[in-house]
Design a protein around this ligand. Sequence first.
Ligand code: MG
Length: 373
Amino acid sequence: MAERAAYAALTEHSRGRRHPESAPSGRSEFQRDRDRIIHSTAFRRLEYKTQVFVNHEGDLFRTRLTHSLEVAQIGRSIARSLNLDEDLVEAIALAHDLGHTPFGHTGQDVLNACMHEFGGFEHNLQSLRVVDHLEERYAEFDGLNLTFETREGILKHCSLPNAKLLGDVGARFLQKLQPSLEAQVANLADEIAYNNHDVDDGLRSGLIEIEQLSQVTVFARHLQEVQRRYVQLDGRRAIHETVRRMINTLITDLVAQSGQNIARANPRNIDEIRAAAPLIGFSDTVRAEQRELKQFLRTQLYQHYRVNRMSNKARRIIKALFEAFMDDPKLLPPQYQDKAKQDQARTIADYIAGMTDRYAIKEYRHLFSVEEL
Ligand code: MG
């Protein structure tokens, strides 16, 4: 591996863990973070949580687990090209969605509405809560006791009132500072991953058609290139050849533009990265193309009537679960009942947020179906 840049997140300058631990042997601090994330319960739950399509709609659609793996893959490629710490990018990527509710963004919005009087619910903050408090695996601490740098990367955004409550990782939102370049890379790798896999899943599901997508500049350009080169090619292979070119273009552009930004700012260390403007970014042309693609996905896929039907069911399920548990916390499993005595609403939000799509559906049936006991 190439030498890491002086402005990368270097383990020797890490701000450390909340509970001090001796240094790992045979792996770096950030590798240890990555390993702890992979062994966590919340990570395994990602397999049955939705990205756009609910888990039972088909076996080949992305789930939060495969999404997180794609983010890690893209993030590592970028980090390697920019001489950043790949392990840190990977750790952030694998943890970034741990706090997601079942049923994707609808789940998060409904739970946030339910929690309105109790401090709200935000999936980003919940990811941090999972790794700081909710995982129960270690003898000496709650959570995974990750390094500051991984936690900083997980907390992509945060309201100012919440930032005040969070101490060290919240401080940058109050001081208007940036996170490490590794965190910035993970964030944009997330965007590259979902825009492209949503195109792929959208086509696979039949909710969007190639003809519609051909009106989107970036898709049309790459599809034409594929069709010129492989005249006979169609179907899945043509789609994949197009999508892989779109991903490659984005990564190449991001690396080139970010490299220029870094050279211009000439940071000597991570503190100068934190004080500078964000340095990881696309060129203006590519950013404009991405905006067009996102706009297309928003109107044609995320608001497709078939997606809306599922979102509507998801909304009812989450709301009904929350209200039933608030009405009678004795319906909660025993380990949550104890916690609910301290903070009922937050405990219920933690319980619901931890559910997979199918678990939430099952729990709804258990509570409300007279046929099922
Ligand atoms: Mg994501």
